[in-house]
Design a protein around this ligand. Sequence first.
Ligand SMILES: Cc1ncc(COP(=O)(O)O)c(C=O)c1O
Length: 360
Amino acid sequence: MSRVYNFSAGPAVLPEEVLKEVAEEMMDYQGTGMSVMEMSHRSADFQKIIDEAEQDLRDLMKIPDNYKVLFLQGGASQQFAAIPMNLMKNKVADYIVTGQWAKKAYQEAQKYGKVNKIASSEDKTFSYIPDCSDLSISPDADYVYICENNTIYGTKFKKLPNTKGKTLVADVSSCFLSEPVDVSKYGIIYGGVQKNIGPAGMVISIIREDLITDDVLEGTPTMLKFKTQADAGSLYNTPNCYCIYVCGKVFKWLKKMGGLEEMQRRNIEKAKILYDFLDQSKLFKGTVVPEDRSLMNVPFVTGDKDMDAKFVKEAKEAGLVNLKGHRTVGGMRASIYNAMPKEGVEALVAFMKKFEEENA
Ligand SMILES: Cc1ncc(COP(=O)(O)O)c(C=O)c1O
């Protein structure tokens, strides 16, 4: 077996322990004589899997009782429509646009109501988080929307915006479970699982109960109505059973590792290794203002496209893969999610040092 260090932004590295466990259970899940892939979503065995997954996630994030946890299909992008459809009672929402994913959500919401861009960092290629302490929040806004960690640009809100009492909705796809979070500050906190949690094909949406109602926009598909999914315990139709199972394994792994406080400690330690190197490097440089740097996605450049391409190619040959930056920004990006071991980041920095010496 030969494993690489995979710096992909998503789908991304998963804990080896979890991969081994699911491999062992592939042919016979705990004496059932079948794989979870082959199991009815209405079976008692699967109900136990989904119930445990939800409870473990609740424990990890300390999710208050007045929030529902939904395991949904359609990825994070489906929520870009589902959120306005379910929340736009006044048909008004305020969006803070700090990257491509926030922009996509902002554009999608425009189909359903009046959507205000109340702040943006597009003027400097999304390399920072705007000051959100005193924005002009619309008096009739149904919610304020952010993308908390910007996967492509490598920025993160270190402080949540002052929504002046309005419901906060956050896409946390690329920082899910990377640190402790106070769920009570959000109306909805949601993310695709394919970055920090599990295989692709699912979004977890944690929604405060008062936002789950029958009062949705006319024409909202049954499947996109939060109440449909909440009333059915995410089993209105056949869910992504296998993904729920693997996510459940990752939740157990996270608990065993010491929970989100320990993840945060490790993530700070790992990111520091890379940022410290970037800050003194003569060849490589980080692209984000230091105070807004993400712990999960670290973009960097040499300033020379050919040199960037050479780096990505040689890194791959050295077993450090998926370091190419997003196609819209170029350069490099190392995604160092929970499952990336410290050794992976150390190996990357050692390789960057060597590359710098050779290409000085
Ligand atoms: C922050 C963020 N939001 C949304 C998405 C889209 O997720 P999905 O592919 O699950 O729709 C991504 C990445 O793929 C992302 O990084």
